[in-house]
Design a protein around this ligand. Structure first.
Ligand SMILES: [Zn+2]
Length: 175
């Protein structure tokens, strides 16, 4: 039986909790397992490290420090943006999360002239606990290795997405 290693495609069910409170922050249990190409930076580093060598039916239970998960929050990820960069009619509130080309950010301060935007992940600085069960492991296809991500159920989809929504980081005949 194939074990999870570099250049395999793994499908896992997982439940993530904050070890301090026991609060669940994410789980695949209500839907499809998470499918990912191993060793291509698609996952937080500690998660891959902990499931290496696991086979179908194996379970893993592990706790990751922030350095092995989403990293520590950084001052460089906080930016002052001129107020006029936002549409005038847009209501801006403290703590609000908005989407930008650079990813999601939270508004952490508002003055007359500027809006302070925090691009740090909400998960930055957090210690995370995971319970993982391996559902499937297979060798990656040549296409998957070329694209750097998994295809098929749980991975990137190719044929059932409208043309306009195609992901352009993925080449011509994919996604
Ligand atoms: Zn692809």
């Amino acid at each position: 039986m194939t074990a999870i290693k570099q250049d395999t495609v793994a499908s896992v069910h997982y439940t993530g909790t904050f070890p301090d409170s026991g609060e669940e922050f994410d789980s695949s249990r209500d839907g499809e397992p998470l499918t990912f190409l191993v060793g291509h930076k698609g996952m937080i580093p500690g998660f891959e490290r902990e499931v290496m060598g696991a086979k179908v039916g194996d379970t893993r239970s592990f706790t990751l420090e922030p350095e092995d998960a989403y990293g520590m929050p950084s001052e460089e990820m906080i930016q002052e943006v001129p107020r006029e960069m936002f549409p005038e009619e847009m209501p801006l509130d403290l703590g609000m999360t908005l989407m930008s080309d650079g990813g999601p950010f939270r508004i952490v301060a508002i003055t007359e002239k500027t809006v302070r935007c925090d691009f740090n992940s909400l998960m930055a600085g957090k210690t995370l606990h995971f319970e993982v069960e391996v559902m499937d492991v297979r060798a990656a296809t040549a296409d998957e290795l070329a694209h750097g991500h998994a295809h098929g159920p749980g991975g990137h989809h190719h044929h059932d997405e409208p043309e306009a929504e195609k992901d352009d980081d993925c080449g011509d005949d994919c996604c």
